[in-house]
Design a protein around this ligand. Structure first.
Ligand code: GLN
Length: 664
């Protein structure tokens, strides 16, 4: 059993991310690594904690509601976490109480050593699952809550020995601009604090702001006062893309240090292949319309978007701006606050054909909106927000009605969804079945006929509604499950991003001009409306696939005309440019000969040879200019023909699927 303990002297230093990055680094060297989170709060799990306190509540496949760090672990390690990977003071004390009541401590006074014993038992149980277990001790080392956990660390380290255990301290190194240096005193005091608890860091991670370097002097100071060798001091500055941290740790040789210190056998390094997945950039504007406006509340959704190259989202409250976005996400949530705004956002997305993904509460919001504004069920609502609603379109699940108490009692964890063949959902998942994680108490009512807002996924066992979608919308899909809670990319976000990209293309200025020209149907307007010198945007239309074309309101026939047009346009560009070049070369040469004549010292008339060349050049220029004229004329005619042809498509069979004022 080998354990790496990770603790910090401040909260918010990114222990979870550091642990996960270290885990990834070792995993990318072929080691079976897992990570465990010890949370010091007395809640049994994170299920009832307000996201403002500790961020998003993450859900495991087995239904455990955990700290958001477990989501980080799953994303970095690509492994599913289980109940052994998460422990809280609440669980420990609950267990002690159960043990005592069942007579396991018969005759003894139950005391803190039993608490520590239970902690060490759980940490060992966790570490036995893997080659190396990384154990993150929540909160900060000076915190009174951490005393039991740190003592458990000490005992385990004494038992395991130095080779089988490493203690990593993440320490805050503030930069004081007035002195122009990083301060180490906080770190020294933290190390002293650890010493008083019988612990000593083997690796020290200096958490610093960006752009300030730990210099030789500071390294020496740390070595001297904290007794951590230089190769075990890692500077981890704030970083924009946290998925680069494993690469950074590798570049500092941390894996080699640990390998020699802990006698690890490192295999082939595959970290680059892993990182490739994150080396993506997409410029899309995604809005999130939810209850909260801080990133931590939706961290898993943000990471799903990050996997697809999208770095940021807008927490939108001014819905007037909504149509400017390429896609919208309505996330999960609890309680009434903000729901009317989400309902309005759903309406705007539906009516303006903005790709929209509703997650859990988001699906329920879509159903409420559709009931009110399309089915005409005025006042429709979820009984969670209005138990007097005349149209309860979202209701508490039957199974939930008998449940009392709120901790761990929602419908949680993995459930299998059966998808309707031919639906958008089935095509996204490439299958008619998908297993996803859940966390909810309410369901879409089975008493309502939702018309065109189709149910395309139901739970395999309970038949609860899991997925709904609007067939004649580019992407309007709601899921009752939480697709963001799984290691790796979830296809539903890829589907949304693809639709967002389509919208972006279809919204581009040139495409808009093209479309208004197309829809006006008047000859001549088509090319006027286009910036003909830059037909780049037109190429995007030629590249639209069937799916995109269907949503663009541009017909196959029009696409074909454009393709032909661009072919001719390209030819024209090449031939005309070539001719223009040749003409200007002739002109240059003629000029040169004339200049020679004018400025020759002796004012000699042109030689016979020069005269012949000049005549030849003149002739050549004339022929070429004439040819150029003809070509230009020819192309103008061609374009006119295209223009007319394009206009005709409106008077004849081609009626666009989408009204012009709706698209874009
Ligand atoms: N509050 C809703 C329910 O309980 C949605 C929950 C969620 O979005 N996670 O069903």
């Amino acid at each position: 059993m080998k354990i790496i303990f990770v603790a910090s002297d401040f909260s918010g230093l990114g222990k979870g991310t550091f642990g996960a990055a270290l885990g990834r680094l070792l995993r990318s060297h072929g080691m079976n690594v897992r990570i465990m989170k010890c949370d010091l709060y007395y809640n049994y799990d994170a299920g009832t904690i307000n996201p403002k306190e500790h961020g998003e509540v993450y859900v495991l496949s087995n239904g455990l509601e955990t700290d958001q760090d477990l989501g980080i672990y799953e994303r970095y390690l690509d492994v599913e976490c289980n109940s052994y990977d998460y422990v809280t003071s609440g669980q420990i004390h609950h267990q002690i109480y159960l043990n005592e009541r069942s007579g396991q401590y018969l005759g003894q006074t139950v005391s803190f050593e039993h608490v520590i014993e239970e902690i060490t038992r759980r940490i060992s149980r966790f570490a036995e699952q893997c080659d190396v277990g990384i154990v993150e001790i929540g909160a900060t080392i000076g915190d009174i809550k951490g005393v039991f956990f740190l003592e458990a660390c000490r005992q385990l380290r004494a038992e395991l020995g130095r080779v089988n255990s490493t203690f990593v301290l993440l320490s805050h190194f503030p930069y004081l601009p007035s002195c122009g240096e990083l301060k180490t005193m906080g770190c020294q005091r933290s190390v002293n604090d650890l010493r008083s608890k019988g612990l000593k860091p083997d690796v020290l991670v200096a958490r610093t702001p960006q752009d300030v370097k730990l210099d030789d002097y500071l390294f020496k100071k740390i070595e001297l006062f904290c007794e951590v060798p230089r190769q075990a001091v890692v500077q981890l500055a704030d970083i924009e893309n946290s998925y680069e941290i494993p690469l950074l740790l590798r570049s500092l040789g941390l894996q080699d240090y640990l390998a020699s210190h802990m006698e690890l056998k490192l295999g082939e390094d595959t970290l680059n292949a892993w990182y490739k997945k994150f080396d993506l950039k997409r410029d899309l504007k995604i809005a999130l319309v939810g209850k909260y406006s801080h990133a931590d509340a939706y961290v898993s959704i943000l990471h799903q978007l990050r996997f697809l190259g999208i770095d940021s989202v807008e927490y939108l409250s001014n819905l007037k701006l909504l149509t400017q976005f390429d896609a919208v996400i309505i996330p999960g949530g609890w309680g009434k606050r903000g729901t009317e705004q989400m309902i309005e956002a759903a309406r705007l997305c539906r009516e303006n054909r903005i790709p929209c993904l509703g997650i859990c509460l988001g699906l329920q919001i879509m159903a409420i909106e559709y009931s009110r504004n399309v089915l005409g069920l005025e006042g429709a609502n979820s009984t969670e927000f209005d138990d007097e609603t005349p149209y309860p379109v979202v209701v508490m699940q039957d199974a939930q009605k008998e449940i009392h108490g709120l901790g761990g009692t929602a419908r949680l964890g993995d459930w299998v969804t059966q998808l309707v063949s031919g639906s958008l959902a089935a095509s996204i998942y490439g299958s008619e079945e998908t297993t996803q994680r859940h966390r909810h108490r309410y369901e879409i009512s089975s008493d309502i006929e939702f018309g065109n807002f189709k149910v395309t996924g139901r739970d395999k066992k309970t038949n609860l509604v899991e997925v709904m979608e609007l067939p004649d919308h580019p992407f309007y899909l709601g899921v009752q499950f939480h697709p963001e809670f799984k290691p790796g990319r979830n296809p539903v976000f890829e589907g949304l991003v693809k639709a967002a990209e389509n919208r972006k293309v279809l919204n581009s200025q040139d495409l808009r001009s093209l479309k208004s020209a197309l829809y006006s149907g008047t000859p001549g307007t088509f090319f006027e409306c286009l910036n003909i010198n830059q037909p780049q945007e037109l190429r995007q239309i030629v590249d639209l696939d069937d799916d995109q074309l269907q949503h663009s309101g541009i017909s196959y026939y029009q696409q074909k005309i454009l393709r032909e047009f661009l072919k001719i346009w390209d030819e024209k560009q090449n031939v005309i440019e070539e001719l223009e070049r040749e003409i200007s070369t002739c002109e240059r040469e003629m000029r040169q000969i004339n200049i020679n004549e004018k400025y020759s010292v002796e004012h000699m008339p042109l030689s016979e040879f020069d005269r012949r060349i000049l005549t030849q050049l003149r002739k050549e220029t004339e022929t070429k200019t004439q040819k150029l004229k003809e070509l230009r004329f020819f192309y103008q005619e061609q374009m006119q023909r295209f223009d007319e042809e394009m206009s005709r498509t409106f008077q004849s069979e081609v009626v666009p699927a989408i009204a012009p004022n709706v698209v874009g």
